[in-house]
Design a protein around this ligand. Structure first.
Ligand SMILES: Cc1cc2nc3c(=O)[nH]c(=O)nc-3n(C[C@H](O)[C@H](O)[C@H](O)COP(=O)(O)OP(=O)(O)OC[C@H]3O[C@@H](n4cnc5c(N)ncnc54)[C@H](O)[C@@H]3O)c2cc1C
Length: 264
């Protein structure tokens, strides 16, 4: 399939899902030829670089949380982690990067260019048991993973959020247990997620499918546990770094690709 061309979408509405998660709903004419059924796929939000006369843009990667048809046409929701919150004590959520700041400041009617969607990556639904792990940036993808698992699926989801108030009521199969992990300083305290995962009782026998995405250092701790301690191979393990503390997406992308080559 050829790569979809970037399209302009319009902000329909926005609102907080929880204190550190802001949902922006996008729609408009640009959605008319957006491929169907894109929940969990990623898109690239594009931000013009001020003063750049070559028209270059900054790209930021986000997950399609919901994709639905309404009386007014197709809409998608994107959930933005408010990672710049409170850095200067004013709690105005306006000190993140171009994407999180855009989300805070956008208004209905604003237009944003997006690339993608890119391919969806979900747990393998034919496995015997499941382990889904993510921090707040992966919560949209974790939520879709849980919603699409078979009803009789069993296993765990371990989800790191900044505060108790950021826990969400998620639709999931009865035999998937959710372990919420509170970490007000994601990336700084970077073994919080892997410590909980390592303590989970392991189901012996049966094939496991793991899906994990989070901050870079945390991802490496988890990857080493899954591969070296648990002996999981590529077919049973999807693991991805979604961001890195102290690096914007452009620099994170470079070290992520170097790390992937070394770890291959
Ligand atoms: C496939 C994929 C899907 C993703 N889906 C989502 C999603 O649905 N929702 C979502 O919120 N994020 C998602 N992310 C992560 C998101 O792309 C990054 O957090 C991105 O860096 C945010 O862009 P920005 O412009 O706000 O900040 P940047 O300009 O990239 O970074 C500015 C500063 O903020 C820091 N920073 C970036 N993100 C965080 C964070 N979460 N917490 C603390 N500090 C941070 C950086 O280290 C840097 O110092 C996804 C990433 C990938 C690869």
């Amino acid at each position: 399939m050829s790569k979809p061309s970037p399209r302009d979408l319009t902000v329909i509405k926005k609102g907080y899902v929880t204190p550190n998660m802001l949902r922006v709903t996008l729609g408009g004419d640009g959605m008319k030829d957006f491929p169907n059924d894109q929940e969990s796929a990623y898109v690239k939000l594009m931000f013009p670089i001020e003063g750049d006369d070559k028209g270059r843009v900054l790209r930021r990667t986000y997950t399609v949380r919901h994709d639905r048809m309404t009386d007014h046409g197709r809409e998608i929701d994107i959930d933005f982690v408010m990672h710049g919150a409170g850095d200067d004590g004013d709690n105005d959520h306006d000190h993140g990067g171009p994407a999180s700041n855009w989300a805070v400041n956008c208004q209905p009617g604003d237009v944003i260019t997006i690339g993608g969607p890119g391919p969806k990556k979900l747990v393998d639904p034919t496995a015997d048991w499941f382990l889904i792990v993510g921090d707040m940036t992966a919560l949209p993808a974790v939520s879709v993973n849980l919603e699409t698992l078979p009803d009789d699926a069993r296993g765990y989801a371990v989800i790191e959020v900044r505060s108790e108030a950021d826990m969400q009521d998620l639709k999931k199969p009865d035999n998937i247990t959710i372990e919420w992990v509170i970490n007000p300083r994601p990336g700084e305290r970077n073994t919080v997620l892997s410590d909980v995962v390592k303590r989970l009782p392991w189901h012996e026998g049966g094939r496991l499918s793991v899906w994990a995405a989070c901050e870079f250092t945390s991802m490496r701790a988890l990857r080493s546990y899954f591969r070296e301690d648990r002996g999981l191979g590529k077919d049973d393990l999807y693991i991805s770094s979604y961001w890195k503390l102290g690096m914007n997406e452009d620099t994170h992308k470079v070290i992520k690709s170097e790390d992937a080559k070394k770890a291959a």
